[in-house]
Design a protein around this ligand. Sequence first.
Ligand code: NDP
Length: 292
Amino acid sequence: MPTTILNGKEVSQSVYSALKSRISALKSQSITPNLAVILVGEDPASQVYVRNKTRQFSNHGLFSDTITYPSDITQEVLLSKIYELNKNNQFHGILVQFPLPNHIDVDAIINAIDPKKDVDGFHPYNLGCLTAGKPIFIPCTPKGIMRIFHHYNISISGKHVVVVGRSNIVGRPISILTSLKQVNSNGTTTICHSGTINIGQYTKQADIVILALGSPEFLKGKDIKEGAVIIDVGINRVDNDSPKGYKIVGDGEEASLKGKASACTPVPGGVGPMTIAMLVENTVEAAERSLL
Ligand code: NDP
């Protein structure tokens, strides 16, 4: 079966186009959406993610400010910076790039962010609103996946969706989003994790599989049914002989999934660009709400 490639880059461009008039309307009121990014330590992957995110802000005429700290920063200093940013009207959104060093309590950091500036949608208030079916800020990656479904007219209603992974940033929120009693949702969702016995028995029944576990090429073609839609969130570095010394692969084995799946997201170029587009959109939303 021919497999449609769900091109996240293309979908993200349509998101940016749709945001243009909203950004202009804000600017006409002397407001430019502005994101504060906190980056702790020297992790190269985190540095790349922050660079890619902030680049899209400047590409679309928005502001961002990256505040960097060494990895031995204390939790108290980090918290006091967040409290300061919460009060600073110049910033509409606050993003703390994860992972943080082990001595920092991630929950304390997330809980400190003003939910009105929580453009990553990780604060328990925002996760609670999402769970209640009345989302305010939706975490960027799950929101981006829903936008891919919408763009390609992939209906979830009545479908069996199997999510592999239950993190608060991807697996859990996408399992909620796909099962809400709402137009563009209304799926029957199963969530698998490291405690699931024989994940293949679930993925083989799925109309849609969403992979968010962080295990290179975990899902093979033999583990899906013919015509399933595969959304691959995974970003994994695998060593190889290339000049860079590694390549990026997803949580699905592209070679065996292609030809059996009806549609799949590539890695890279699938979910990744949508995560950034949704961060930009959430920051525009935060700026709009600041006027209410
Ligand atoms: P986490 O490590 O926080 O969560 C992984 C989840 O997968 C956990 O629930 C874990 O189970 C489960 N899991 C791990 N290994 C297995 C396994 N072998 N079998 C079944 N379940 C397993 O990861 P994230 O959710 O943050 O990220 C997942 C992947 O997505 C990573 O590769 C990450 O880099 C990528 N990512 C990509 C983004 C993008 O924009 N494209 C954005 C965010 C993440 P348990 O709960 O039992 O531990």
